[in-house]
Ligand binder design. Sequence first.
Ligand SMILES: [Cu+2]
Length: 161
Amino acid sequence: MRRSALISLALVPALLAPIAPAAVAAPAQVVVADAWVKASSFSDHTGGMTGVFMKITNKTKRAITLLTGTSSIAGMVETHQVVDGVMSKTARGIKLMPGKTVTLEPGGLHVMLMGLKKPILAGTKVDLTLKFAGANPLVIKPMLAKTAAAGEETYDPGMSH
Ligand SMILES: [Cu+2]
């Protein structure tokens, strides 16, 4: 019994070698969906700011915190919240509980791009890398900025305008 187990283990690398690619990607710790960046009068000039919205899912079994990020278009990236209509920096990032999805949306949690190095207009391509406590940095797919009206139609169909 023991002997056959040892033989099986010895065979594993040989069996996997032809199948597995040279570099196997680690399973995703965090998955981002529906990311978009808002173009508005706040973002249409150098030094301006705007929000990034998305769904973030923690695929691990431990808590992860979204702390900050980097973007070639922004001098600073922060995690923000809107409480009673007032926007502020979150005290401790944005917590992602194991297996759960957090939605960043207008009027709620968002990633803020600040100190814009160039204007973000509708159609401006925006790159963003998210930085976490408890997970590796995540480069999200470049986003094309769009106006809030388009965003609200897509993401908040219940609103009437
Ligand atoms: Cu903000």
